[in-house]
Design a protein around this ligand. Structure first.
Ligand SMILES: [Zn+2]
Length: 113
Protein backbone atom coordinates (compact mmCIF):
# COMPACT_ATOMS: atom_id res chain seq x y z
CA UNK A 1 0.00 0.00 0.00
CA UNK A 2 1.22 3.48 -0.84
CA UNK A 3 2.47 5.80 1.86
CA UNK A 4 -0.27 8.30 0.96
CA UNK A 5 -2.94 5.65 1.52
CA UNK A 6 -1.36 4.56 4.79
CA UNK A 7 -1.42 8.15 5.99
CA UNK A 8 -5.08 8.43 5.08
CA UNK A 9 -6.01 5.31 7.08
CA UNK A 10 -3.83 6.44 9.94
CA UNK A 11 -5.80 9.69 10.07
CA UNK A 12 -9.08 7.75 10.00
CA UNK A 13 -7.94 5.48 12.82
CA UNK A 14 -6.67 8.36 14.93
CA UNK A 15 -9.93 10.26 14.45
CA UNK A 16 -11.96 7.22 15.51
CA UNK A 17 -9.64 6.64 18.47
CA UNK A 18 -10.10 10.23 19.64
CA UNK A 19 -13.86 9.93 19.23
CA UNK A 20 -13.89 6.77 21.37
CA UNK A 21 -11.73 8.27 24.08
CA UNK A 22 -13.90 11.38 24.25
CA UNK A 23 -17.05 9.28 24.44
CA UNK A 24 -15.46 7.19 27.14
CA UNK A 25 -14.82 10.25 29.28
CA UNK A 26 -18.58 10.84 29.29
CA UNK A 27 -19.16 7.31 30.55
CA UNK A 28 -16.83 7.77 33.50
CA UNK A 29 -19.64 9.39 35.51
CA UNK A 30 -20.04 7.28 38.64
CA UNK A 31 -22.61 4.53 38.33
CA UNK A 32 -24.66 4.41 41.53
CA UNK A 33 -24.59 1.03 43.22
CA UNK A 34 -28.02 -0.57 43.06
CA UNK A 35 -28.25 -1.12 46.82
CA UNK A 36 -27.61 2.50 47.71
CA UNK A 37 -30.53 3.86 45.75
CA UNK A 38 -33.65 4.87 47.58
CA UNK A 39 -36.93 4.26 45.81
CA UNK A 40 -38.87 1.23 44.77
CA UNK A 41 -37.74 -2.03 43.23
CA UNK A 42 -38.56 -0.88 39.69
CA UNK A 43 -36.19 2.06 40.05
CA UNK A 44 -33.48 -0.20 41.33
CA UNK A 45 -34.01 -2.63 38.47
CA UNK A 46 -33.84 0.22 35.96
CA UNK A 47 -30.63 1.45 37.56
CA UNK A 48 -29.16 -2.04 37.38
CA UNK A 49 -30.01 -2.33 33.70
CA UNK A 50 -28.47 1.07 33.06
CA UNK A 51 -25.29 0.15 34.90
CA UNK A 52 -25.08 -3.11 32.97
CA UNK A 53 -25.48 -1.27 29.68
CA UNK A 54 -22.69 1.14 30.56
CA UNK A 55 -20.36 -1.73 31.44
CA UNK A 56 -21.11 -3.40 28.13
CA UNK A 57 -20.53 -0.15 26.23
CA UNK A 58 -17.16 0.17 27.91
CA UNK A 59 -16.20 -3.38 26.94
CA UNK A 60 -17.14 -2.73 23.31
CA UNK A 61 -15.17 0.51 23.37
CA UNK A 62 -12.06 -1.11 24.77
CA UNK A 63 -12.22 -3.93 22.23
CA UNK A 64 -12.55 -1.42 19.41
CA UNK A 65 -9.79 0.70 20.89
CA UNK A 66 -7.46 -2.30 20.90
CA UNK A 67 -8.36 -3.08 17.28
CA UNK A 68 -7.60 0.53 16.34
CA UNK A 69 -4.25 0.45 18.18
CA UNK A 70 -3.37 -2.76 16.37
CA UNK A 71 -4.31 -1.13 13.07
CA UNK A 72 -2.01 1.80 13.84
CA UNK A 73 0.79 -0.62 14.70
CA UNK A 74 0.26 -2.38 11.36
CA UNK A 75 0.51 0.98 9.60
CA UNK A 76 3.88 1.57 11.31
CA UNK A 77 5.04 -1.89 10.27
CA UNK A 78 3.64 -1.28 6.77
CA UNK A 79 1.63 -4.49 6.90
CA UNK A 80 -1.63 -2.57 7.07
CA UNK A 81 -4.20 -3.57 4.44
CA UNK A 82 -3.14 -7.21 4.25
CA UNK A 83 -5.36 -9.85 5.83
CA UNK A 84 -3.63 -11.24 8.94
CA UNK A 85 -5.08 -14.70 8.25
CA UNK A 86 -4.45 -15.28 4.53
CA UNK A 87 -2.15 -12.37 3.68
CA UNK A 88 -4.23 -11.18 0.74
CA UNK A 89 -4.97 -7.48 0.39
CA UNK A 90 -8.18 -6.30 2.03
CA UNK A 91 -10.38 -4.33 -0.38
CA UNK A 92 -10.32 -0.55 -0.16
CA UNK A 93 -14.10 -0.51 0.20
CA UNK A 94 -13.82 -2.70 3.29
CA UNK A 95 -10.96 -0.68 4.76
CA UNK A 96 -12.86 2.55 4.21
CA UNK A 97 -15.86 1.12 6.06
CA UNK A 98 -13.88 -0.58 8.86
CA UNK A 99 -10.30 0.75 8.81
CA UNK A 100 -9.38 -1.25 11.94
CA UNK A 101 -10.28 -4.60 10.37
CA UNK A 102 -7.48 -7.17 10.16
CA UNK A 103 -9.32 -9.80 8.11
CA UNK A 104 -10.44 -9.80 4.49
CA UNK A 105 -14.10 -10.46 3.86
CA UNK A 106 -13.60 -14.12 3.01
CA UNK A 107 -11.69 -14.84 6.23
CA UNK A 108 -14.14 -12.82 8.31
CA UNK A 109 -17.07 -14.75 6.90
CA UNK A 110 -15.25 -18.04 7.36
CA UNK A 111 -14.60 -17.12 10.97
CA UNK A 112 -18.16 -16.20 11.92
CA UNK A 113 -19.88 -19.19 10.34
ZN1 LIG B 1 -8.06 -13.34 4.44
Amino acid sequence: MQQKELERYKALLLAKRRELLNGKAGLEAPVPAAGVLRGDVADQAAAAVEADLQVRLRQTDSRLLRAIDEGLARIDRRTFGACTACGKPITTARLDAVPWTRLCRDCKEGQSS
